[in-house]
Ligand binder design. Sequence first.
Ligand code: SF4
Length: 482
Amino acid sequence: MSNPQNFPIKNSLSKSDYLKAIQCKKSLWFSKNRADLKPPLDDKTKAKFETGEEITELARNYFSGGVKAAESFFDVQKAVNSTNDLIAQNHSVIFEATAIIEADNCHARIDILRKSQNLESWELIEVKGSTSIKESHLEDLSFQYHVFTKAGFKIDRCFLMLLDGKYKRDGELDLNKLFKIGDVTEAVLEKQSEVEANKLDFLKALTRQFEPEVKIGAHCFEKDGHYPQCDFKDHCWQEIPKYSVFDVCHRKKTAEKIVDQIESYRVEDLNIADFPKGIKEIDVRSYQQNKNHIDQTKIREWLDKLKYPLFFLDYETFQSAIPLFNNSSSYQQIPFQFSLHVQESVGGELKHFEFLHQERSDPREEFIKELIRLCTGEGNVICYYKSFEETRNKELAADFPNYANAINSISERMVDLWKPFNDRLIYSPKQQGSASIKNVLPAFTNLNYQGMEIANGSEAMGIYLDFIKGRKVDEAKMIFEL
Ligand code: SF4
């Protein structure tokens, strides 16, 4: 195995670089040469990293007798030397083992390197905080396999270690049930010729004096299971209108084709005749004419079906990769707060009620009791995008069956306020193609989410999760701003 004296990290290809380049070679080049263009890490990304570390730490506890190689992002040589030392000392499970291909300037660090049962070869185990296999996991492991084998390791099997979404916590965490380990050797081997070709292509892009020419397009956006939205989107898209052809078309590949045809990103340049009747036609026409679209008849029909008193209900939830409470699983949405406004009759005054669990414990049973107390009766329960609240109710009913009937009867009374906006019974060009409450609210009222101390559900979720885990949070902010 190679033992380099000096490994130049700047022009080298790591597995993160490799995954970035699969999305876009320009993104790889920027990350190495123009890191200043990258926005600072937001709280959501930081929380994701923290969760990843937490899961990796638990995964290490799963393997008894493992030792950690020296881990240094900037000193690959030190990590390789440390890995080789641990191998020489006959360790059979090494965490963060690192290998390089000097000739190619590639390096990889695997979460767990384990001796095979025959003691002559090794196994690669990559830990992911996900409950299902994603394409990016296979690409990641395929690159690692390539580097380790080229560096002289005999690897006979590759595994992904994921969280088992079916595991429900019952007392102490059971690591044997929390994790599931799947053999993906075949898929990794199938990708090897692709890795070899990609590697050479990406290394060439990396060492260019100027960034490679790559047109903006669908690849700049998140592709679920494959890659996130590109870090450099603000830079590359700075000349593109805030509301563009890419916002009109749900499928980004379709938008790419239209942009090529009309040679413009502007919604003003779309030919309305190219859009069949329906939502998109309304969006484009409304934007081009700068006019609200209002279907008064259908809105009246929708309103006439409502049964008073109305209960306007909204949940806040948090989720944790590691189940925190009994009878909960990885990433289960745990409701901890609701806001309720009750209107007895048409045009009547709104009465406000709310629930916020303020102890560091499972909020669900108290949440359910208060929900039932305040929402029992006749009349529709109005939610914005009701499938969220409905799904939470289904989960609560399954986890707390004593309350199932009462919870289910609340769900049966639910009506979705999102639907008339999503179906374009009413639409403002200010919505810019979205029926999200964040776009609808400022389009029709003087209210908006900007400038609020906690401006979205995921931020509320993060703050509450910190509170539940006993981390230091601004409790005043948490209680009064949610
Ligand atoms: S924004 Fe798009 S074109 Fe620009 S670097 Fe990222 S993926 Fe490439």
